[in-house]
Design a protein around this ligand. Sequence first.
Ligand code: NAD
Ligand code: ZN
Ligand code: ZN
Length: 361
Amino acid sequence: MSQQVRAVVAMSKGAPVSLETIVVPDPGPGEALVKIEACGVCHTDLHYREGGISDDFPFLLGHEAAGVVEAVGEGVTDVAPGDFVILNWRAVCGQCRACLRGRPWYCFDTHNARQKMTLADGTELSPALGIGAFAEKTLVAAGQCTKVDPAAPAAAAGLLGCGVMAGLGAAINTGKVGRGDTVAVIGCGGVGAAAIAGSRLAGAAKIVAVDIDDRKLATATKLGATHTVNSRQADAVDAVRELTGGFGADVVIDAVGRPETYRQAFYARDLAGTVVLVGVPTPEMKLELPLLDVFGRGGALKSSWYGDCLPSRDFPMLIDLYLQGRLDLDAFVTETIALDDVEKAFERMHHGDVLRSVVVL
Ligand SMILES: NC(=O)c1ccc[n+]([C@@H]2O[C@H](COP(=O)([O-])OP(=O)(O)OC[C@H]3O[C@@H](n4cnc5c(N)ncnc54)[C@H](O)[C@@H]3O)[C@@H](O)[C@H]2O)c1
Ligand SMILES: [Zn+2]
Ligand SMILES: [Zn+2]
């Protein structure tokens, strides 16, 4: 059995996305069928459309989503029909070398649905990050569904499925920001703004937001930045050092992912401090640094995938903090849009007009 639903598909490289009818199979063993309620538009969806991730067109886009489980396949015990869930792209396997060493947030063999969703003519779809949630319904591995408190609105909850979790986790999990730390965040889009919110949650004493766009610095302040630097007008490294007693910050998070921002992060950090790279570079980018500085400054240079999150541990906790008013997820939702507005949302994202556009179904 299967059903037909409407979904946003990138049919070929660089072409605008289109609304298509897709065929979603009933869940098989270990799978879950989820009725999508909201799905944020992430930069990665645009990368897929542009062919920057792979050539496996057509892509079923969307991967920052929350919804309600409609049906589950054989052997699924963690979630049941009616559960309100956030979809994740880290359904841990429990058996790879990372999982076996008790570090499941690095799982190297994460699960997705085994059955394929298709176009009406039978062409197999590649779901973005194994999710594909710009759709009325999608099929995932049951482990990709994390149950959270249904009191949270879907538009806010779904954001934890990708970018906002990546930023929060870059600060809390990867950077291990703690009470009294000084933090600088370079790039204050959805991911960087979340790193700022995460640093505030973790008790950072000073949080310096760095961006080239004053609109982003304004939202950064709303989410917890204590100081802002427009790096078009001032030298980012000098400014962060000045604001931290001349030393640099304990943790600097690069949420842009370019050689120049990484170099700023590297030198805006105090001795023995930590750099976290969460922005995603492109294949042609290269970095050159004096090796003696890498050695002499000590500390840690880390990268953060998905904020080193463990969905089962982090999503319910962050939703609880949201419901207590301690984490303002609503501040990330610039606009809510319909399924057929995704292409326009890409445009606005490209111009830096939004933190997040969220499709609400
Ligand atoms: N590591 C992960 O798991 C993960 C997950 C999701 C997204 N990402 C990546 O994080 C990055 C940020 O994503 P986003 O959704 O926040 O994007 P975004 O486009 O919303 O934000 C980028 C921000 O960086 C600013 N910026 C650009 N160039 C700059 C510069 N030279 N100096 C300072 N600021 C600059 C822009 O003004 C903007 O505010 C992207 O590379 C995205 O692919 C990583
Ligand atoms: Zn694993
Ligand atoms: Zn994403």
